[in-house]
Design a protein around this ligand. Structure first.
Ligand SMILES: CC(C)(COP(=O)(O)OP(=O)(O)OC[C@H]1O[C@@H](n2cnc3c(N)ncnc32)[C@H](O)[C@@H]1OP(=O)(O)O)[C@@H](O)C(=O)NCCC(=O)NCCS
Length: 194
């Protein structure tokens, strides 16, 4: 997988969270390593289990290695000001991208998780993937609610001990009728991809 210079793998988007705060979403840079590590260190054990079902988290609490660049991989960070409030990871198993998301506990239920997933699916497509897969524990109510919000319930299967969601790319949302407007504005700054 040789990702090309696609716009949204190199740029910043701004969006309004429910409640008013504005987040900036962009690909992670090497200088974000400490913030990504801190987000993982502060996450509860339950959140880490939900994010990495069936396997221990990789070395994401170690700033030195947490953003190690892997071809076909992109980490997307969401900041409010200087505070990292969420992260999505697109990890390549060509031609399928594995997408995972983690939102800081005090920023949940404000639309950020769904926003990060949409962004990650878009980035995965731009990196050349034609399918994305996401794994979750069957008890993960927040994940199920988020999948409902994203219109991805019909693409989710229970495989015995995991919820597996497979999304053909590009992602065509089939959103519930009550979906509120999400204020993602066009790209304004360029950012390096890692
Ligand atoms: C799953 C997770 C990413 C959701 O993040 P979030 O920012 O709270 O998600 P959103 O605000 O976009 O929520 C989308 C919808 O789900 C609902 N929702 C979120 N968490 C919920 C919960 N615990 N119970 C019920 N509904 C919930 C929201 O209210 C929203 O619905 P609405 O738009 O109708 O109001 C977050 O809970 C998290 O980081 N969990 C730990 C890691 C994880 O489970 N990752 C997923 C597997 S990779």
């Amino acid at each position: 997988m040789h990702p090309g210079p696609f716009p949204s793998t190199r740029t910043v988007a701004h969006a309004a969270l429910r409640g008013g705060a504005v987040v900036a979403l962009r690909p992670a840079r090497a200088c974000d390593s400490a913030a990504v590590a801190e987000l993982h260190r502060r996450a509860t054990p339950g959140s880490l289990r939900d994010r990495y079902p069936g396997s221990p988290p990789p070395a994401l609490t170690d700033p030195e290695s947490c953003l190690g660049s892997v071809p076909g991989t992109c980490t997307i960070v969401a900041f409010t000001g200087f505070r990292l409030v969420g992260v999505a990871q697109v990890v390549g198993h060509s031609p399928v991208a594995d997408v995972g998301v983690l939102v800081r506990e005090d920023h949940r239920r404000r639309g950020l998780g769904a926003m990060l997933v949409r962004h990650a699916l878009h980035v995965a497509y731009e990196l050349g993937y034609r399918e994305a897969v996401s794994f979750g524990g069957p008890e993960n109510k927040a994940l199920r609610a988020m999948l409902h919000r994203l219109g991805l319930e019909g693409r989710t299967r229970y495989t015995g001990d995991l919820l597996v969601t497979r999304v053909p790319l590009p992602y065509e949302p089939e959103l519930p009728a009550s979906e509120p407007e999400v204020g993602v504005r066009p790209v304004v700054h360029r950012a390096a991809r890692i």
